[in-house]
Design a protein around this ligand. Sequence first.
Ligand SMILES: C[S@@+](CC[C@H](N)C(=O)[O-])C[C@H]1O[C@@H](n2cnc3c(N)ncnc32)[C@H](O)[C@@H]1O
Length: 252
Amino acid sequence: MTTSFYDKVAKKFGGYAFSTGHVDYRSEYPNRDPEEIFKEKLIGLASKNKKALDAGCGDGKFAFQIAKYFSSITGIDTSKELLKIARQKQKIYKVKNITFTFQDAHKTSFFDKSFDIIFSRRGPTPFSEFRRVLKPGGYFIGINIGEKDCQEIKEIFGRGQGYKEWNTSRLEKEKQGLKDAGFKVIFAQDYFYDEYYTSFEDFDLFLQGVPIFEDFDSKKDRKLLEEYVVKFKTDKGIRFPRHRVVLVGKKI
Ligand SMILES: C[S@@+](CC[C@H](N)C(=O)[O-])C[C@H]1O[C@@H](n2cnc3c(N)ncnc32)[C@H](O)[C@@H]1O
């Protein structure tokens, strides 16, 4: 993930692309939506006297949704453009208890034991730094991209996020990372589900705004995209298999 990619997307779409709601698609979950599980776990641990850190807050879309459950949220990101949009949105939404600040999650300037909860929604997960800035008994809650996420399109394109590199279990790696950093793993689960994009144009627009192919080019990649669409077109739309991991760790 490069910051310049997110800066580029922010300028193009006026936010993190997927927040803009221009893409027509739906999801089908064999069990439950991992995003719901992540949010439920986070809200379950939240309270009005707790301070949270949103690691990789992007344009703040998610932080605005859950700010009311916390005393305060500090949103950090390394994309200046997305932070700018987050601050603009904050003025419109009039949410007072969030501070958006430029910080690299790997090496923040926060004091030790500053936060009760750290969450990361598809953002960075430097567990040692998280442990340092968490209060004793504090929690990490994360949702991230699994190694099998949209593997099929990456095979056709011969490139993409983690292509040929993501060959071990993300869940196991994160679990180990949590343990090594001094967390107890409270919850860890893989989630597989399908998204269905209504049209070629929707699918194309979606790919322009996500880091699956940071260099995605509608014109240059058209043939490859058509090849994928022919293979994955169904009555429900263009099938796009997803993989997410949800983890909760407690600082010990
Ligand atoms: C996939 S986006 C998710 C944004 C937001 N959490 C959401 O759910 O919409 C990942 C975000 O993490 C940020 N990011 C990546 N590496 C980071 C780092 N080391 N420190 C802080 N933010 C980072 C990116 O700039 C980007 O905004």
